[in-house]
Write a new protein. Structure first.
Length: 177
């Protein structure tokens, strides 16, 4: 078993980069780097016509756009459900009054503390509120796809992310099984 001896902050920005000093059962001492993350939300939003709300989003690390479910990072002191409602509105312009927590998972536990909270937002509709995405985001498009089109997209070499794939899996367990 590992014993955490100390933990040092090396850099702080949108995320914190930390280095932990760990003692192994053998007596050896090692260092492990990781990112401290406040957590995030991913929203599987279904319209009254049972279409999925998707966003095209430019991801600078990849230098390309990905097709994703709306989502984002929890703000300080914000609950996951409040964050999910805020992110759905900010990224897609949709809102819902029918929310279900589908599950939670760690995105990359080998190097990050980020936990994703996945919500299903049924009966999602365009909001009457005028809201824009955060300044540091680049939402290139918002679209609504039938689930069959989404399934076909996923069977092709698609440009999506792991949290969207995991969220879809959790939604399918509730919706179709």
């Amino acid at each position: 078993m590992l014993q955490r001896l100390n933990d040092k902050l090396r850099w702080s920005g949108h995320l914190e980069f930390r280095v932990a000093c760990l003692a192994l059962a053998s007596g050896a001492v090692i260092e492990r780097e990781y990112f401290e993350h406040p957590g995030g939300v991913t929203i599987v939003a279904l319209t009254p016509r049972q279409e999925l709300v998707l966003v095209g989003q430019y991801r600078f690390a990849l230098d390309q756009c990905t097709l994703e479910f709306p989502g984002g990072t929890l703000e300080s002191g914000e609950s996951p459900e409040v964050a999910a409602k805020r992110e759905l509105l900010e990224e897609s312009g949709y809102e819902s009054n029918d929310w279900t927590l589908l599950g939670e998972f760690f995105l990359a536990p080998g190097y990050s503390t980020e936990i994703q909270h996945v919500y299903l937002a049924r009966d999602s509709q365009p909001s009457v509120q005028k809201v824009t995405a955060d300044d540091d985001e680049c939402i290139t498009e918002v679209m609504c796809w039938p689930t069959e089109q989404w399934q076909a997209f996923l069977k092709s070499p698609s440009q999506t992310d792991a949290k969207t794939l995991a969220a879809w899996h959790l939604a399918k367990l509730l919706l179709f099984e």
